[in-house]
Design a protein. Structure first.
Length: 88
């Protein structure tokens, strides 16, 4: 799975901010603020990872169980689906 659209990620005052660019900016008004976990998920999606790879990346970086990571990841992916930002 991968992200649908064109984005840049910037660090603004210790916050990760996703900014839509090009044609994507016409559909998405505003920016997306990412916390540390969602930033790892975002980076995985840039590399077209599957859910299992994303779970591994999150559990490797943070002290969290597979089950808890999976729940949070699926919740974040659902938000991206609703915003039509995920290409599966």
């Amino acid at each position: 799975m991968k992200l649908k659209g064109d984005f840049v990620v910037r660090s603004v005052m210790d916050n990760n901010v996703v900014i839509p660019i090009g044609q994507t900016a016409l559909k998405i008004k505003g920016m997306i603020l990412l916390n540390d976990v969602s930033m790892v998920i975002w980076e995985c999606l840039l590399n077209k990872c599957d859910v299992e790879t994303i779970v591994s990346a999150v559990t490797d970086k943070f002290e969290v169980s597979d089950a808890e990571a999976r729940t949070d990841i699926i919740e974040f992916l659902d938000l991206l689906r609703k915003a039509q930002l995920l290409d599966e």
